[in-house]
Design a protein around this ligand. Structure first.
Ligand code: ZN
Length: 413
């Protein structure tokens, strides 16, 4: 079956052709572990889990390598560690925050039915050159300096955006536009306002590593360039993440990787899932509609959350509503009940193809779900009244007892 995927870089849906059929390689940006992941963070995890499963189906389970990193060095983590563990040495506090948050993230996404990625590297393990020779951040930065794509200024190492002819191609941003809006005073040490940090100095109590540019820590973008190269090579098949990562994160990853390795591309397909709103509004703590995966799992089974996410095509914005969740639960209850009474009469040879075809068309999950509804209709109408009666009584029996309290997000009118 032919798989087609939409590529953000070329803005077209193309037939997917992996670089190597026996090793299809995908990288997806993972969480920065300082707080509970919210339901918007669940979207890329679920979407790319569907793609991972589809690739495993099409190419063989052992022929797909999926890497999703954990960002465990970040100023937000430092702030949280200082707040939650006052008096503790910062590096110890950071370890406490990142371990606890990463464990919570794993439990949450497992409850959403997501497979673990093949590799889950932590950024802090890829800052300095490694004993196993895998790519690391300081070596990449050295390569960028040697090739004339980076420079030291104001205690930082910066990527020189003007050294790359087509910088901005992924997001469609032009360097001139960024110059116009730049704050000159802040950026006085930069050659170009769009230049971004590869390495910055750390104060004695901040996390830091000894480097050729003094004791410091990496910028966010260089982490993913190092960890993807470490496990997937200089050029790989698919790079994924949320739409909010296109700029600056993916634009800058792409620039670093191409310029450090001297390759024409970093990944052959760039895939981005759309934004998520809650009850028609942007999710925010101040609006009281901020839902963590963990809170949502107290109210709903993970499969209902997963199904609800997949009713909308991954590139479309999704509106996360109570009504839609209730519908998702009803649908799953009915399908489970029908599969109990009707599985013997369902021709397994005929139904997966339409579903697979839908998924192979740029992960068209709404179409795949529509195909499953068709299957349900055939089962019910084909088997007549008795099957319908049985399905209804089973559905009641199978209905889960969800706890509908304790989540502030659903108390709005
Ligand atoms: Zn990333």
């Amino acid at each position: 079956m032919e798989l087609k995927l939409y590529d953000t870089l070329t803005k077209e849906k193309r037939v997917f052709a992996p670089l190597e059929k026996n090793n299809v390689r995908m990288y997806v940006c993972g969480p920065t572990v300082y707080d509970f992941a919210h339901i918007g963070n669940a979207r890329p995890v679920i979407v790319f889990d569907v793609l991972f499963r589809l690739l495993r189906h099409l190419y063989g389970e052992s022929h797909v390598t999926y890497v999703r990193n954990i960002t465990d060095v970040d100023d937000k983590i430092n702030d949280r560690a200082a707040r939650d563990f006052p008096g503790m040495a910062l590096n110890d506090a950071i370890r406490k925050v990142t371990e606890k948050t990463a464990n919570q993230f794993h439990a949450d996404v497992a409850a959403l039915g997501c497979l673990a990625p093949t590799h889950e590297p932590r950024a802090t393990d890829f800052v300095l050159p490694r004993a196993d020779g895998k790519a690391d951040m300081t070596t990449l930065i050295k390569q960028l300096i040697a090739r004339g794509h980076a420079y030291e200024a104001g205690g930082e190492v910066l990527f020189d955006t003007s050294s790359m002819k087509d910088y901005g191609a992924l997001s469609g941003r032009k360097l001139e536009d960024q110059r116009a809006g730049a704050r000159v005073a802040v950026d006085a040490h930069k050659k170009n306002p769009a230049d971004f940090v590869l390495w910055k100095q750390s104060s004695p109590d901040e996390p830091g590593w000894e480097s050729p540019w003094g004791r410091g820590r990496p910028g966010w973008h260089i982490e993913c360039s190092a960890m993807s190269a470490a496990y997937l090579g200089d050029v790989f098949d698919i790079h994924g993440g949320g739409l909010d990562l296109v700029f600056p994160h993916h634009e800058n990853e792409l620039a670093q990787s191409r310029c450090a390795h001297g390759t024409p591309t970093m990944a052959n397909y760039w895939m981005h899932n759309g934004f998520l709103q809650v009850e028609g509004e942007k999710m925010s703590k101040s609006l009281g509609n901020f839902v963590t995966i963990n809170e949502a799992l107290k109210d709903w089974p993970g499969e209902v959350l997963r199904f609800n996410m997949l009713k909308t095509h991954y590139r479309q914005p999704i509106d996360w509503t109570l009504k839609s969740l209730e519908e998702s639960e009803r649908t799953l209850d009915e399908w489970y009940a029908l599969s109990e009474v009707g599985s013997a009469r369902t021709s397994e040879a005929t139904w997966p193809r339409a579903v697979l075809e839908a998924l192979s068309d740029d992960l068209n999950t709404p179409k795949a779900i529509a195909e499953l509804h068709q299957l349900r209709n055939r089962a019910v109408h084909g088997d007549g009244f008795e099957a319908r009666r049985m399905a209804k009584s089973k559905a009641r029996k199978f209905r889960r007892r969800s706890i509908r309290s304790g989540c502030s997000a659903w108390t709005a009118p």
